[in-house]
Ligand binder design. Structure first.
Ligand code: HEM
Length: 358
């Protein structure tokens, strides 16, 4: 039997049991429209790239990281000084987290402005909002794991925020901390969230997200869709994937350059008894929310300013989740107002972040 026949035999055997050729046929027939907004189609797979890097570097770090009060900070120190390539793996993991979150923001803002959540993609958007929350939760739980003064103080501030929510707030803070105060239990709990609960939740929602994207294909710009404009279409496989790979190479190049030249520092081990260091700030992606909370007065009409601020932020997240249903006439006046709100939100987030940094 010739090698060619042997290969065909293997392929047929595999296909009969997996239906792989149907998947390849689907990917070959899937088309990506080329228009002025096509650039945003690269943002989703960029997030997938950084998530994959997080999983791979995370698998390595988990072999050497020790989630206990006594050993957490020391084990990160050992990763940076004793484990072969440990410092670069930790640096890539730390920077790729920021890159992933930055691309989630770019992805959702581009979809908000191009209204790519309109019918039939409402559920894609809603699954996306869950992905946003899980991605930010990854950042928040990961930040505590080096267990140094900065991460402890920022986690104290962060886990204290739910406390100002009426009825469930105190329970929320206790649930996050694993008790009244931050202790070793908090570290174990955050480690559990970071390496088991959140990965499972994110992968489930990602599967839903990707399934819905394959089902509906890529959206067209609103105006073009209404004029039934025709666009040049690119086969997803191999043409569009090759282009995505060029983008991935570029992004990996930037990530490694930043990770090599700007590796994250490691402060001394956190001291639960010590007062919080001055000027504590959360990671960059929470700064606009942090500054928003700070500008609220301590009380408004006998209600704590924090409570009002947190309830307004929660209301904002709920409205954001149902945005596709609220913006159900995207071409009408309401739709235009919602686009203006999107731009206003971008300006607000940038101004609040800059203000917080100053
Ligand atoms: C872990 C985070 C996420 C990953 C890995 C992801 C991945 C993807 C991918 C690969 C696509 C197809 C290509 C593209 O348009 O870029 C896509 C499309 C989409 N995503 Fe996401 N996404 C994430 C988060 C979000 C978020 C936070 C939202 C909204 C709040 C969202 C809403 C959508 C919508 C509505 C589409 C369809 C766009 C269209 O058809 O033009 N995604 N996503």
């Amino acid at each position: 039997m010739s090698i060619k026949n042997f290969k065909i035999g293997i392929q047929d055997w595999l296909d009969e049991r997996s239906g792989l050729s149907n998947v390849i046929k689907f990917l070959r027939e899937k088309k990506i429209p080329q228009h002025k907004h096509s650039i945003w189609y690269y943002t989703g797979s960029a997030i997938l790239l950084f998530f994959t890097i997080q999983v791979i570097t995370g698998f390595v770090l988990v072999f050497y990281y020790n989630p206990t009060l006594e050993e957490a900070n020391k084990s990160v120190g050992r990763i940076m000084t004793e484990v072969p390539f440990g410092w670069i793996i930790r640096s890539v993991h730390s920077w790729s987290a920021s890159f992933m979150i930055a691309f989630v923001f770019i992805h959702l803002l581009s979809i908000w402005i191009t209204k790519s959540y309109r019918k039939p993609r409402e559920a894609t958007w809603m699954s996306g909002v869950f992905l946003l929350v899980f991605t930010l939760a990854f950042g928040f739980t990961g930040y505590l794991l080096p267990w140094d003064d900065l991460s402890l103080a920022a986690t104290k501030v962060g886990t204290d925020i739910p406390r100002s929510i009426p009825v469930v707030g105190i329970w929320g803070t206790k649930f996050l901390r694993g008790g009244e105060d931050i202790t070793g239990d908090t570290l174990t709990r955050f480690f559990g969230f970071h390496v088991s609960i959140l990965p499972v939740l994110l992968i489930i929602l990602l599967a839903v997200h990707i399934y819905l994207i394959q089902k509906h294909g890529m959206s067209l710009p609103l105006a073009a869709e209404r004029k039934k404009e025709k666009f040049v279409e690119l086969p997803f496989w191999p043409n569009f994937v090759y282009r995505e790979m060029v983008v991935w190479l570029f992004l990996v190049g930037i990530l490694f350059s930043v990770a090599v030249f700007l590796p994250p520092s490691l402060e001394k081990a956190a001291d639960l008894m010590a007062p919080a260091p001055e000027g504590i700030k959360p990671e960059w992606y929470f700064l606009f929310l942090f500054q928003t909370l700070k500008i609220f007065p301590s009380t408004i009409l006998f209600i704590s300013g924090d409570t009002i601020a947190v309830l307004l932020i929660l209301l904002g997240v709920i409205l954001f989740f149902f945005l596709p249903l609220i913006d159900n006439k995207p071409a009408k006046r309401k739709g235009k107002i919602i686009t203006v709100i999107a731009y206003a939100f971008i300006v607000y987030a940038i101004v609040m972040t800059a203000w917080s940094l100053m």
